[in-house]
Write a protein that binds this ligand. Structure first.
Ligand code: ADP
Ligand code: ASP
Ligand code: MG
Length: 411
């Protein structure tokens, strides 16, 4: 008898019929003699709806209250799911984050899991229940509700699987696995059968939202294989595994994009030691992650500092930056929220020259202007105007031979 953790995303539980379908799927596994822990997201669109509602009440919603609101979406689906199991004559118990006791820090809206108490789940499993856990949420030492950041149900599932010593962790979603790029915007995207933790970490960090980046980090740490697959078919999906378990070696493993980007420019700041720290320390203290940073060399004693932050943190970042800009005597603060970041990713890029220049040429051939660039040894990212995102992704994907019939490039 195996212990299986199965997570179903928002589109998989979008309405009561879909939830009934998932109940059938889970009960099949249960009836084969396995213990099953199910982790659920909120119904598709619900979390976005809550974000929208909150923005109507407060320009920058209070993070603690935001978590109370956001956590309610998953509360609905776990209860409905448990009812669905009972309606089929099965045994199930739903548990919220604080009922399991998924203990987190108090960084509201992007809390980190500190510890999971598995006692209650184990007892319920031993009593023959399907245990249905609300994804994306936890509780602080003080009993306040927290959420783990968008896409956080993946992290709940992987963390639970590790804590329980589960035999497998399956992430069920609306696509058949991890593809060379988002299959919903590029029809030639190819499903990847096996991908390393490190490649998946890069893809996730650069916008491939099919797996939450924190879930991949935890899986890597514990060496837990994760199977990403479709809720709506029985076919094998993508296995996220250790490096030595991936046979195929690729130069570029995928193309990603992120529209959750905003650019801020602090123009004409004094070019003196300590200015970068003055700008970025309060931003990081607010828990906002700065991504690309460019400091322009200017003649004279002034410089421009341009950087990107997640669009979801833009209002908070601007509030902080305006204050600092005043203090340091910057001339002006500029910004843009109609930008996106497209990236090509691949561990094989380490050994190949010319990838970045090829990417720039592909974008220029499409008439797409590059606003910012950043590279590392395994990725090239370009900030472009948001309206060109899909075009850029398709052009890069095809230019690097990632399409359906493309053979993997040997290192
Ligand atoms: P869920 O609600 O099941 O968690 P998500 O919407 O979070 O699902 O993630 C699945 C979506 O990720 C897909 O519908 C797809 O549009 C998107 N996606 C982006 N990049 C990729 C990729 N490289 N491979 C597969 N899906 C991707
Ligand atoms: N419901 C949350 C979200 O939409 C968590 C998740 O689905 O993983 O981000
Ligand atoms: Mg998701």
């Amino acid at each position: 008898m195996a212990l299986v953790v199965q997570k179903f995303g928002g589109t998989s539980v979008a309405d009561t019929d879909k939830i009934k379908g998932v109940v059938d799927r889970v009960l099949k596994v249960r009836d084969q003699g396995n213990d099953v822990v199910v982790v659920l997201s909120a119904m598709a669109g619900e979390t976005n709806r809550f974000v929208e509602l909150a923005s109507k009440m407060q320009k920058i919603p209070d993070p603690r209250e935001m978590d109370v609101l956001l956590a309610s979406g998953e509360q609905v689906t776990v209860a409905l799911f448990a009812m669905g199991v009972k309606a089929r004559g099965g045994k199930a118990v739903s548990l919220l984050g604080d009922q399991v006791r998924i203990l987190t820090d108090d960084t509201h809206t992007k809390a980190r899991i500190r510890d999971i108490d598995t006692g209650k789940i184990k007892k319920l499993l031993a009593d023959g229940n399907v245990v249905v856990v609300a994804g994306f949420q936890g509780v602080t030492d003080d009993g306040d509700l927290t959420t783990l950041g968008r896409g956080g149900s993946d992290t709940t599932a992987v963390a639970l699987a590790c804590a329980l010593g589960a035999d497998s962790c399956e992430i069920f979603t609306d696509v058949e696995g991890v593809f060379t790029t988002d299959p919903n915007i590029c029809s030639s995207a190819r499903k990847i059968d096996r991908i390393t933790y490190d490649e998946m970490l890069e893809l996730a960090s650069l916008g491939a939202k099919v797996l939450d980046i924190r879930s991949v980090g935890i899986a890597k740490k514990y060496g837990l294989p994760v199977h990403v697959r479709s809720t709506f078919t029985d076919s094998d999906g993508t296995w996220v595994v250790k490096e030595d378990e991936v046979m195929e070696s690729r130069m570029v493993s995928g193309v990603t994009y992120s529209k959750n980007e905003a650019r801020i420019t602090v123009a004409r700041v004094p070019d003196t030691p300590g200015i970068a720290a003055r700008i970025f320390t309060p931003i990081s203290e607010a828990g906002i992650v700065v991504d690309m940073i460019i400091q322009n060399a200017r003649a004279g004693e002034m410089t421009d500092m341009t950087f990107t932050v997640p669009r979801t943190d833009f209002d908070r970042a601007m509030e902080i930056v305006r204050k600092v800009a005043d203090e340091i005597g910057a001339e002006r603060v500029g910004s843009a929220t109609n930008i996106a970041k497209v990236s090509i990713v691949g561990v094989g890029m380490r050994n190949h020259a010319g990838i970045a220049s090829t990417a720039f040429k592909v974008l220029s051939d499409e008439g797409i202007n590059i606003r910012m660039i950043s590279t590392s040894e395994i990725k090239v990212s370009c900030v472009i105007e948001e309206k060109y995102t899909e075009l850029a992704v398709r052009a890069l994907h095809d230019a690097f031979g990632l399409g359906d019939d493309a053979p993997p490039v040997e290192e």
